[in-house]
Design a protein around this ligand. Structure first.
Ligand code: NDP
Length: 257
C-alpha cells in the first residue's frame, strides 16, 4: 500500500516511520515540510500526482499552542483550511485519509473523561484551528478516520518528558502546572494503533476516535513521575496555570475516554 505521510519529521510521524509493526506491507512517502507545505496547496497537488497515494496520514500540524495566538492565519491555514483541501484531494484520488486531531477541541469543563460524541468547544486559536481541520475532514466526501489524541511524548522532537528531564538535570527547582489534567500518551503506542487501523480501515471509516494511554494526571504529577523514574534529584514546585501567563488558555481537564 502506498502511504503518503505528512508530518514525517514530527514526533508522531517519526514514531510511525520507526514502528516495526507490519511496515513491510507499506511503502511510505514522507516529504519534508518544504516539499509538501500545507500553506502551499500546489505542493499538495505535486505530492499526490508524484506518489498517487492509496492512503494519506496527516500528522502535520501547527503545534505551537501559544504561537498560534499571534500567528492565527498560519495556524488556521495549516490546521484548518489546508486540511479541507487535503480531504478533497483524497476524494479525487479515491484514497483514504487518517487525520490526527486533539483533546483541545474540548473546553475542559467536564468532570469525567470525554467521549467521542461529547460537545466540543475549543478555547484557543490552536484548538479552534484543529477543530476546523477535523470538521473539514468529517464533512468531506472522502473515506476518512479522525483520531483525537493527547499529551504526546516520544523519543523524538520536543515534548514534556524530554523538557522535564533536560531542565531537572540543570535546574535545582522547576515550577510545574498542577491545575491541568489529561492523559499522557506514548506516540509509539498511537503509531501501532494507527497501523492496526490501516489494516482494518474499512471497518472503522468515517468516524472520530479517541486514542490516549490510560491514566489521567496533572502536568505536575507527570513531572514528578518522570524525575523519580529517571532518579533525578530536583525540587518540583506546583503552580497554577495563571503563574506562567500563557498566551493561550488550556483546558482544565482534557482526559479522553
Ligand atoms: P510535531 O510538532 O512534533 O510535528 C509537527 C509536524 O508538522 C512536523 O513534521 C512539521 O514539519 C509539520 N508541519 C508543520 N507545519 C507544516 C506545514 N506548513 N506543512 C507541512 N508540514 C508541516 O507534532 P506531533 O507529532 O507532536 O503531533 C502530531 C499530531 O498530533 C498533530 O496533529 C497534533 O495537533 C496532534 N496532537 C499533538 C499533541 C502533542 O502533545 N504533541 C496532543 C494532541 C494532539 P517540520 O518539522 O519540518 O516543521
Amino acid at each position: 500500500m502506498r502511504i503518503l505521510l505528512i508530518g514525517g519529521s514530527g514526533q508522531l510521524g517519526l514514531s510511525i516511520i520507526n514502528s516495526k509493526e507490519n511496515l513491510g506491507e507499506f511503502k511510505f512517502f514522507y516529504p519534508s515540510s518544504k516539499q509538501l507545505d500545507l500553506t502551499d496547496l500546489s505542493s499538495i497537488d505535486s505530492a499526490f500526482s508524484e506518489f498517487n497515494p492509496e492512503l494519506v496520514i496527516n500528522c502535520a500540524a501547527y503545534t505551537n499552542v501559544d504561537g498560534a495566538e499571534s500567528d492565527k492565519k498560519t495556524a488556521l491555514q495549516v490546521n484548518g483550511s489546508s486540511v479541507g483541501y487535503l480531504a478533497k484531494k483524497v476524494e479525487d484520488y479515491n484514497s483514504f485519509l487518517i487525520h490526527i486531531s486533539t483533546d483541545y477541541v474540548f473546553d475542559g469543563k467536564k468532570n469525567g473523561e470525554y467521549q467521542e460524541n461529547n460537545k466540543t468547544n475549543p478555547i484557543s486559536i490552536y484548538a479552534k484551528s484543529k477543530f476546523e481541520g477535523e470538521n473539514n475532514v468529517i464533512r468531506s466526501n472522502s473515506e476518512t478516520l479522525v483520531i483525537r489524541t493527547s499529551w504526546l511524548f516520544s523519543p523524538y522532537g520536543k515534548n514534556f518528558v524530554k523538557t522535564i528531564i533536560k531542565r531537572s538535570k540543570h535546574d535545582g527547582e522547576i515550577k510545574v502546572v498542577n491545575d491541568q489534567f489529561g492523559k499522557p500518551t506514548y506516540a509509539m503506542d498511537l503509531a501501532q494503533a494507527i497501523i492496526a487501523l490501516i489494516l482494518n480501515k474499512n471497518s472503522f471509516k468515517n468516524k472520530v476516535y479517541h486514542f490516549a494511554n490510560s491514566g489521567k494526571t496533572s502536568w505536575y504529577n507527570f513531572a514528578k513521575k518522570i524525575i523519580s523514574y529517571k532518579k533525578i534529584e530536583c525540587k518540583l514546585v506546583p503552580v497554577s496555570s495563571s503563574f506562567f501567563n500563557y498566551k493561550a488558555i488550556r483546558p482544565e481537564n482534557s482526559a479522553l475516554s
